[in-house]
Design a protein around this ligand. Structure first.
Ligand SMILES: *Cc1c(COP(=O)(O)O)cnc(C)c1O
Length: 417
């Protein structure tokens, strides 16, 4: 460590960032804010007020800590990928093992927080939409734990495509409500969930599945997820004596990445948000929102989004269903404008190659989403002769193995030796 570390730290100005971000009205620079139908304004204000109360309550914080330790199995470890790093032959790759969090991904970190908030507010039901079903399963888990009812709205097309997750949600006691208008996928499920919520917001709360939507969700989900980065920062220092040179996480709506980045914002550490470049750069072939998008409003907040010619949300695609969203959390748009996080992208094939490399060299089957972050870390390791990069392994890949086998076999077409 250098003697005058403060002088050397290019990110020193971020020391006070968390005290000022977001503003009281939920703004991240020009992004964020609330754009809601008037009927829903009081409902979200009630959630904001409740969150502002509990986030300073020792009782709430202690209860959440206990749940994380005893139910979720936290802290999850940090792991040094020695064999993979040796094979790549450059910077050393480390993983934060969110795949070992209960239910196999980071999403439970905010779902347990949201469930505890619902309990605190005296609500009987939690409501959400789900696309691939990952958020639905995590929320159904929280509902069962807290003894709450759970309505999950899901497009009819997604229900057919994601049958195992539908079964999981039902096993856990959730009502899966099929949405059969329009394209019958995520967008229609969001609309239907909002309508359902409007009818019963006195008894229910809406639980958003990422750092998106109107306040307090971008901040609240970030806060609940930030346990990932705070744990990892301490664990990494204890293992190596230093901070990592770089940190990488995949970006869909932005929750696992904000969870990882928050602890490192004021450190001399490079941060990489990894977006899915899908099949290529043409509109409709990717979901690289920050790379190609522009400012716009959808789903109740202002951020960077991918638009079609009419300015409507553009069709998006990624091999990772958890990453195909045409907008992104407003804090990412802000951190991009501030230049604090570098947003990079990875193709489907690069992510799948990284998936197989981790399977073969470390005995870990990663989620396809997380494989995007890993693919970038492999590129980084190749480009840097030394140093370290810490990857948020946001989830396990059991959910993906049938799809990957069907489309990529056992990885024969990749050079895995
Ligand atoms: C949902 C999901 C993501 C993407 O969501 P973020 O809010 O961007 O974190 C990433 N990884 C896994 C395993 C997921 O289930």
């Amino acid at each position: 460590m250098t003697i005058n570390a403060d002088f050397e730290n290019p990110n020193k100005s971020f020391d006070t960032y968390l005290q000022n971000t977001p503003t009281a009205d939920g703004r991240y620079g020009k992004y964020g804010g609330a754009y809601l139908p008037p009927e829903l304004v009081p409902a979200f204000e009630e959630i904001t007020e409740a969150y502002n109360t509990i986030c300073n309550s020792a009782q709430f914080i202690n209860e959440l800590r206990r749940i994380r330790r005893e139910f979720q199995g936290r802290p999850t470890p940090v792991y040094h990928c020695e064999r993979l790093s040796r094979k790549i032959g450059g910077a050393q790759i480390y993983l934060k093992r969110e795949d070992l969090n209960h239910t196999g991904a980071h999403k439970l970190n905010h779902c347990m927080g949201e469930g505890l908030l619902a309990k605190f507010m005296g609500k009987k039901k939690i409501i959400a939409e789900t696309g691939a079903g990952q958020h639905g399963v995590a929320l159904a888990t929280a509902a069962a734990y807290f003894g709450l009812e759970c309505d999950v709205y899901m497009g009819e097309v997604d229900i057919k495509k994601q049958a195992p997750n539908v079964t999981r949600m039902k096993m856990l006691g959730a009502n899966v409500i099929s949405v059969s208008h329009g394209l019958k996928t995520l967008k229609e499920a969001v609309d239907a969930a909002f309508e359902g919520y409007m009818k019963e917001y006195k008894d229910a709360i809406y639980c958003i599945g990422s750092t998106v939507g109107p306040p307090p969700f971008p901040m609240m989900v970030r806060d609940f997820q930030s346990v990932v980065g705070y744990e990892a920062r301490e664990q990494f220092k204890e293992m190596t004596g230093f901070l990592p040179n770089a940190v990488a996480a995949c970006v869909g709506g932005g929750s696992n990445s904000m969870g990882m980045f928050t602890a490192f914002l004021a450190d001399p550490v490079k941060l990489y948000g990894v977006e899915p470049m899908g099949r290529g750069t043409a509109l409709g072939d990717h979901a690289a929102t920050i790379t190609f998008g522009s400012e716009g409003i959808m789903h109740g907040f202002d951020s960077i989004m991918l638009k079609d010619e009419k300015g409507e949300p553009a069709p998006v695609y990624s091999v990772a269903s958890g990453l195909d969203y045409p907008s992104v959390g407003p804090e990412h748009a802000y951190l991009h404008d501030l230049g604090r996080v570098d947003y990079v992208s990875v193709l489907d094939d690069e992510a799948i190659e990284a998936f197989f490399l981790l399977c073969r060299n470390e005995g870990i089957i990663p989620a396809i989403e997380s494989s995007h972050a890993l693919a970038y870390a492999i590129k980084y390791a190749r480009e840097h002769k030394s140093g370290t990069i810490l990857v948020n392994l946001s989830g396990r890949g059991d959910k993906d193995i049938d799809y990957i086998y069907e489309h990529y076999g056992y990885g024969e077409r990749f050079n895995l030796d």
